[in-house]
Design a protein around this ligand. Structure first.
Ligand code: FDA
Ligand code: NAD
Length: 433
């Protein structure tokens, strides 16, 4: 017998949690909504896993960081779902979806049917075994996506006290994990193929600051090469990392952060896709009128730039989920909501550093402020200028007011007459807008 719900959210991550809160706000009757999640715990703020979860002292643990604390909201404990009559179906992986029949089947063979489905399956990590790197299945090679992964890494950090780690990848995971491993007194070497870290967002000038800062913390950085193989000891634990340039690094722990990919496989051929994600409109509705997609899996119209985009960051996961639920509930009353008009916002924290970015990182760039990694209080940023207008702003170590100011600049897109003047004005340009 199928379990039947009016609304089913498949996936129990950030977007699912914020969607549940919005359903409760809009009014949902007991028994109408179910969240089905592969994870064993209620939705939580995933960004904590690469930061406070791995701190050597007083690490963050659940239930401390269930949604919606990451955006200053109420913490939704498992009891909250029970009180609202929202069914949390945990440790349950959906292995088959039939969108025509409106049914989902779990690994244990249970069937769930729905009237409206919200796809919130997020991303999965790209593994080195996916492209056949020799020895990549050795023990103590870690990836980080879910709380279970973080627990395994935490145990290894404790077991390999004062040991050596190689971090493969120079993106978000690479930079955040290198910092937290170093805080645990692990000797860290980062390896990445590009000429500078986080090339997806950072300019050479921005990256030079972080690379210098990390080097001053004692982190070794090897650029322009990749890991091509691993050797392990008789227990199957990783011991060495072989690089393409011929170097061999010792390692007790390897952390890999070579990117993510949206989890859309369940729905292949059943729903329209675009740019690697599930294509939606401004209300996160797919080409099927009863199926929505939110968070990392959604490719949606980014109104500000007039194009379809996918965004793999937490702010969008939260906001897209809220938008979808508002749209679903409004449609039931024959109403509509305003189109999603998103301003991209990404952030990261590592050591004592904290940056924010708003807008689009296209066009010419201008670096401003003090980006000397040896400064006692570095504060710097970058503007991106396209067609004579500022379209993106990055700021390291901004105050809340300064971060609001750069967000406003990215939204308003003020014209720039003189780029040299902009570099001189730096942050004061943003404060005037
Ligand atoms: P999310 O990944 O949160 O949730 C997906 C859920 O679906 C998971 O519970 C998964 O188990 C479940 N699922 C998948 N397939 C399933 C199936 N077949 N059956 C049942 N359940 C299934 N962003 C940012 O802006 N700032 C930051 O500092 C960070 N930090 C950060 C750290 C780490 C370690 C990670 C991995 C990611 C970040 N991010 C981030 C990115 C951010 O966390 C991410 O964009 C959101 O979590 C996306 O939310 P979703 O709900 O779309 O997916
Ligand atoms: P990423 O795309 O940020 O970085 C991947 C890095 O690995 C890039 O520098 C890439 O060139 C490099 N790389 C690719 N192949 C390689 C190889 N064979 N050897 C060495 N390096 C290689 O992805 P990520 O850091 O793995 O993050 C995964 C997901 O988690 C993303 O969706 C990301 O947005 C999210 N995340 C976000 C944050 C944040 O927003 N602060 C923090 C952590 C994770």
């Amino acid at each position: 017998m199928a379990k039947t719900f009016k609304y089913v959210i498949v996936g129990g991550g950030v977007a699912a949690g914020y969607a549940a809160r919005e359903f409760a706000k809009q009014g949902v009757k007991p028994g109408e909504l179910a969240i089905i999640s592969k994870e064993a715990v209620a939705p939580y703020e995933r960004p904590a896993l690469s930061k406070a979860y791995l701190f050597p002292e007083s690490p963050a643990r659940l239930p401390g960081f269930h949604v919606c604390v990451g955006s200053g909201g109420e913490r939704l404990l498992p009891e909250w779902y029970t009180e609202k009559g929202i069914e949390l179906i945990l440790s349950t992986e959906i292995v088959k979806a039939d969108l025509a029949a409106k049914s989902l089947i779990s690994a244990a063979g249970e069937t769930f049917s729905y009237q409206t489905l919200i796809i919130a399956t997020g991303s999965t990590v790209i593994r080195l075994t996916d492209f056949g790197v020799e020895g990549a299945e050795a023990k103590n090679i870690f990836y980080l996506r879910e709380v279970d992964d973080a627990d395994k890494l935490y145990e290894a950090i404790k077991a390999k006290k004062n040991g050596k780690a190689v971090v493969v990848g120079g993106g978000y995971i690479g930079l955040e994990l290198s910092a937290v491993l170093k805080l645990n007194n692990i000797d860290v070497t980062m390896v990445y193929p590009e000429p500078w870290c986080m090339p997806r967002l950072f300019t050479a000038g921005i990256a030079a600051f972080y690379e210098g800062y990390y080097a001053n913390k004692g982190i070794n950085i090897i650029k322009g090469t990749v890991a091509v193989g691993f050797t392990s000891n008789s227990d199957g634990e990783v011991k060495e990392v072989k690089l393409k340039d011929g170097r061999v690094l010792e390692a007790d722990i390897v952390v890999v952060g070579v990117g993510g990919r949206p989890q859309t496989a369940l729905f292949k051929g059943q729903v329209e896709e675009e740019k690697g994600g599930i294509k939606t409109d401004s209300f996160f509705k797919t080409n099927l009128s009863d199926v929505y997609a939110v968070g990392d899996v959604a490719t949606f119209p980014l109104k500000l730039y007039g194009e379809l985009r996918r965004v793999e960051h937490v702010d969008h996961a939260r906001k897209s989920a809220e938008q979808a639920v508002k749209a679903i509930k409004a449609a039931e009353d024959g109403k509509t909501v305003e189109e999603y008009d998103y301003l991209p916002y990404f952030y990261s924290r590592a050591f004592d550093l904290s940056w924010q970015f708003y807008g689009d990182n296209v066009g010419d760039t201008v670096l401003f402020g003090d980006s000397n990694p040896a400064s006692p209080k570095p504060k710097f940023g970058s503007y991106w200028i396209k067609d004579g207008k500022v379209v993106g702003v990055f700021l390291e170590s901004g105050t809340p007011e300064e971060n609001s100011a750069i967000a406003k600049v990215a939204r308003v897109q003020p014209p720039v007459a003189d780029v040299e003047q902009l570099a001189k004005e730096g942050l004061s340009f943003a404060s005037k807008i």
